[in-house]
Design a protein around this ligand. Structure first.
Ligand code: SF4
Length: 337
């Protein structure tokens, strides 16, 4: 059984499969993620490279060649979301900042947490207007320190230029409902979804788990999760230079299966051992069954529109491998259930 009680095969396709992995690409112009917002409670900072080493991960330019490759990749993802600390890019890597300014309408912003809102207010109200912000995460402790009126004023100023999609509020167990009520009313009045969580730790681990279903493109390297994209020792699973739409799919699936195996080492849950033992991935494939890459994904549509695959009733036939002799699926499960 999978964590939600369904069959592991169905759970994998829905939660860890290509439909999920290829939806939202996390993007950075740096080669490793680093944030300088210095929030009181930050549960990713243990992964970070030391600030003295950050300069080693700042590329010297955004050459036109790499821009071309980025935009080619972006064609395959429903959305591309910046994870950078924009203030840091603007101040400390000013040669990279014009790329974002010139292409701001291509991107979403992944999230803003506590201090990052204050830190990014001038940028997001005066010069950089991406398509939206997926999540603004606010702890009650932070709101009480700043004052709810100040926070709402900042949200209004940002939302009018860059639509906020969701606010995640971390509630202190001992506090009255005042802050939560004001924030949730503001969300209801402004078409922003609202989520209240009671444990910051739980919320952050949920958010990390959810973000880690997506890929990270850090300048020219792909990483399978946030921890890999953040730590100096985290290894990429693919590079931009070698990206080819057909061969990329098994490479991604191998990386996801390996990352689930790592999680499984610390979990008794039989889902992880099922995936390790039963999921087969075939590099030489010529067929992508429909449930493996759903028709609604941009990757599916791009493979078809670029002539790399042909639609059938049951999935996509890959043009370049059609002479392999018979149907060779991208993946199957050993038990064939
Ligand atoms: S904005 Fe996020 S990553 Fe940066 S310090 Fe705050 S919690 Fe940590």
């Amino acid at each position: 059984m999978a964590p939600d009680g369904t069959h592991p095969k169905n759970y994998f396709l829905k939660n860890n499969g290509l439909g999920r992995i290829l939806y939202d690409l996390n993007f950075s112009v740096l080669q490793k993620y680093r944030c300088f917002a210095n929030c009181k409670k930050c549960y990713t900072k243990d992964f970070w490279i030391p600030s003295s080493q950050v300069k080693n991960f700042i590329s010297s330019s955004v050459a036109s060649g790499i821009q071309r490759q980025w935009f080619e990749i972006f064609n395959y993802f429903e959305m591309v979301s910046i994870i950078d600390d924009l203030k840091f890019i603007k101040d400390e890597a000013p040669h990279l900042w014009p790329f974002y300014i010139n292409h701001q309408d291509v991107f979403y912003l992944s999230s803003l947490n506590d201090n990052a809102i204050i830190r990014h207010l001038p940028i997001l109200t005066k010069e950089f207007f991406p398509k939206g912000i997926h999540e603004v995460c606010l702890s009650e402790e932070f709101i009480l320190r700043q004052g709810i009126a100040v926070i709402i004023k900042m949200l209004i100023e940002i939302h009018v230029r860059v639509p906020i999609q969701k606010i995640v509020f971390y509630r202190l167990p001992s506090e009255a409902m005042g802050v939560e009520a004001e924030l949730s009313h503001w969300c209801a009045d402004n078409g922003v979804s609202f989520q209240c969580n009671y444990s910051v730790e739980e919320s952050v681990s949920q958010s990390l788990a959810s973000r880690s279903q997506s890929l990270f493109l850090m300048y020219d390297q792909f990483y399978i999760d946030l921890k890999m994209a953040t730590t100096a020792s985290g290894k990429p699973f693919a590079s931009l230079e070698n990206f080819a739409p057909v061969s990329f799919l098994p490479i991604v699936l191998h990386a996801r299966r390996d990352s689930l195996a790592l999680v499984g080492k610390h979990s008794e849950h039989q889902y992880y051992s099922y995936i390790r033992q039963h999921l087969n991935i075939y590099d030489g494939y010529n067929f992508i069954p429909m449930p493996v890459l759903p028709t609604f994904t941009k990757y599916y549509r791009a493979l078809v529109s670029k002539g790399l695959a042909v639609e059938t009733k049951y999935g996509l036939l890959v043009v370049e491998n059609q002479n392999l002799g018979g149907i060779k699926p991208l993946i199957d499960f050993k038990d064939k259930e």
